[in-house]
Design a protein around this ligand. Structure first.
Ligand code: ADP
Ligand code: MG
Ligand code: MG
Length: 244
């Protein structure tokens, strides 16, 4: 059965229509990629699925494991196993890596042990001895924060993972970690919504869709979507408007 179904999802911010009838579904253990240019509504979709304040759809349904989640608060969605890895990894002034990772475990009502924290950090190639007492702030590079955020995802055992441009602003090491992480979550049966604007990321997807101005304009296998994306005339003009 489906892990997530998105049906005719519409979202307006002030008077601007950002999502215009998004429609797709995702199975357990599947990586579904959404690719599209900057500003087409990818992050807005991620926030809407997670239930961030003010991202409440005017129309359409989000169905997770058979249950409509439109009215659930962000923490209720998190408890049910939905997580979002932000495009910009968060900075937390005065919060150590240890405290940040512990929150992930506590959110799942799991006991915090040094063992679990170390294991998660090792999976993302971060040396626990060097990093557990560092602060999750601007003293860490973007790549390091991204990796620590991925470690916190591991500890939450999410069932639906929304990765918003996981490749943005990261180093090669982190990029390899992202690929490994995707496989790790896939193998553990989670579904992954992989949001990106670079076709290189489609290599990790089972299925893909092209997003254009708040709508999915084509779905299919990642190789075909990648070709179509490369040849597409952005910003989303009609084909007859493109100069060839
Ligand atoms: P993407 O993630 O694909 O780059 P976004 O979802 O961030 O795109 O943005 C989609 C569109 O919505 C853009 O035109 C952006 O300017 C607009 N937008 C996003 N957030 C807001 C907001 N809070 N208020 C007004 N417009 C917004
Ligand atoms: Mg963007
Ligand atoms: Mg974005």
């Amino acid at each position: 059965s489906k892990l997530l179904e998105v049906k005719d999802l519409h979202l307006k911010i002030e008077d601007a229509e950002i999502l215009k009838g998004m429609e797709f579904s995702l199975e357990k253990g599947e990586v579904f990629a959404l690719i599209g240019p900057n500003g087409c509504g990818k992050s807005t979709l991620a926030y809407t699925l997670m239930g961030i304040n003010n991202y409440h759809p005017q129309k359409g349904e989000m169905i997770y494991k058979g249950e409509k989640i439109n009215e659930l608060a962000i923490n209720e969605r998190a408890k049910k196993g939905i997580t979002l890895a932000w495009q910009e990894p968060a900075r937390y002034q005065g919060v150590t890596v240890r405290e940040f990772l512990s929150l992930g475990l506590k959110s799942q009502r799991e006991e915090v042990t040094e063992e679990k924290l170390k294991e998660a950090l090792n999976k993302v190639a971060i040396n626990p001895a060097q990093y557990l007492n560092r602060f999750v702030d601007k003293s860490l590079s973007g790549g390091e924060r991204k990796r620590i955020e991925l470690a916190s995802l591991i500890l939450m055992h999410p069932e639906l993972i929304i990765l918003d441009e996981p490749d943005s602003g990261v180093d090669i090491v982190a990029l390899n970690n992202i690929a490994e992480m995707i496989n790790y979550f896939k193998d553990s049966g989670s579904g992954i919504l992989l949001i990106t604007h670079s076709e290189e990321m489609l290599e990790y997807a089972d299925r893909a869709a092209l997003v254009c101005e708040g709508e999915i304009i084509r779905q299919g296998n990642p190789a075909d979507i990648s070709e179509y994306f490369k040849s597409f005339c952005f910003p989303c003009a009609k084909e007859e408007d493109c100069e060839t």
